[in-house]
Design a protein around this ligand. Structure first.
Ligand SMILES: Nc1ncnc2c1ncn2[C@@H]1O[C@H](COP(=O)(O)OP(=O)(O)OP(=O)(O)O)[C@@H](O)[C@H]1O
Ligand SMILES: [Mg+2]
Length: 357
């Protein structure tokens, strides 16, 4: 009898503990949103896209399903990317998206409010920070901690950020590229530019329009970038057939393009990233800069997968450059680590985040 009672009490305790520890780490990216659940790891990775019905603003689809609709929606449905340049450009839609994702990872306990850690670009304004917090609270979060993306990325790739030595990280996302030098758990210098993967897609689109009078959509330009884009001459250059609409005849047309052309189209965006990397190094205190000669630079984010961009940055900075293993999940894995940290350490990291602004 007593044993049964103890068991029941234990169950109740477990229940309350799980109630208070359903913690989430979220990388609310321009291109992709990832969610980490304490004890489970990365459980969700879907495009940051929402399809809504015009007029009623009813959410029709979110994530993978909505992305398929981009550029292909019937008149009454619009597919929206609510994040732009790494920040919330459409507050209500972001909220709906967050709500959907949180619910998806909490199917049985969606009424329980989780505590969440959200990664944000280091350069965002106070108003933009507020928008992220409000969105998450409205989407059902109990409380919200913010951490700068580069810090989360550095933790995610396992850099010894708490040690007194310089570590440099470059995170090329969809909307922003983040550069940061981290030492002793804090950001010594950070820079965020609103030039990243999306800008590369636009550059490819513009190039085809100007050179071939060919109109292509967002999805096609991204596909071209991923399949044949590069930031450094390739050992074997590539070609690809591209379909679009001829601007003059107004009809569908197929052309063949080369990786050399696409590299040229991407040259300005790649140069902007290289320049910002150099500028970050110029702002790094000499002792920490000296550490980087051995440790090099670590790259994360989907954009770091652009062929040869690591080589290009290595050549221009004279430092070794490594692309992180699984660069897409570095940031969310970092937020996950902070979720697992003792509250004291987590608070220190987050408090630090405040000082950086
Ligand atoms: N193999 C690849 N080559 C080049 N670019 C790639 C590759 N794979 C993904 N990308 C690009 O990476 C970008 C998305 O990266 P990521 O998911 O890290 O961004 P995000 O975190 O959503 O954005 P942000 O951090 O700016 O908010 C997209 O522009 C995508 O096209
Ligand atoms: Mg990102």
């Amino acid at each position: 009898m007593i044993q049964k009672l103890i068991k029941i009490l234990q169950d109740i305790k477990e229940y309350f503990l799980s109630y208070f520890s359903t913690d989430l780490g979220i990388d609310l990216g321009t291109a992709t949103t990832l969610v980490y659940v304490k004890g489970q790891g990365v459980v969700l990775c879907e495009p940051s896209v929402v399809a809504i019905e015009k007029g009623t603003n009813r959410v029709v689809a979110v994530g993978d399903e909505a992305k398929k609709m981009l550029g292909r929606t019937p008149g009454s449905i619009v597919a929206i990317r609510p994040m732009k340049d790494g920040v919330i450009s459409d507050f209500e839609v972001t909220e709906a998206m967050l709500k959907y994702f949180i619910k998806k990872v909490h199917p049985r306990k969606f009424f329980i409010h989780p505590s969440v850690v959200i990664a944000i670009p280091s350069g965002i304004t106070e108003v933009e920070r507020r928008a992220v917090i409000d969105s998450a609270i409205h989407a059902g979060a109990r409380d919200v901690f913010l951490i700068e993306e580069p810090k989360a990325a550095a933790i995610g790739v396992g850099l010894p950020v708490h040690e007194p030595g310089g570590n440099m990280i470059i995170d090329i996302g969809g909307g922003t590229t983040e550069f940061a030098v981290i030492s002793l758990g804090g950001i010594v210098y950070a820079k965020s530019i609103r030039v990243a993967g999306d800008e590369m897609d636009t550059a490819v689109m513009e190039y085809l329009r100007k050179t071939y009078n060919l109109m292509i959509g967002e999805r096609t330009s991204e596909e071209i970038k991923i399949r044949i884009g590069s930031g450094y001459p390739l050992e074997e250059e590539l070609t690809m057939d591209v379909r679009g609409r001829d601007l003059i005849a107004g009809l569908p047309k197929t052309i063949s393009i080369t990786s050399v052309e696409i590299r040229e189209a991407l040259a300005d965006t790649v140069q902007a990233i290289v320049d910002a990397a150099k500028s970050t190094l110029e702002h790094t205190p000499p002792e920490l800069a000296a550490d980087l000669i051995d440790r090099g630079i670590v790259m994360a984010g989907g954009g770091s997968l652009l062929r040869g961009i690591d080589k290009r940055i290595a050549e221009e900075t004279g430092l070794p450059v490594h692309v992180a293993e699984d660069p897409n999940t570095a940031v969310v894995r970092g937020t996950g680590e902070t979720v697992n940290m003792p509250a004291r350490l987590r608070k220190r990291l987050m408090a630090q985040a405040k000082l950086d602004f």
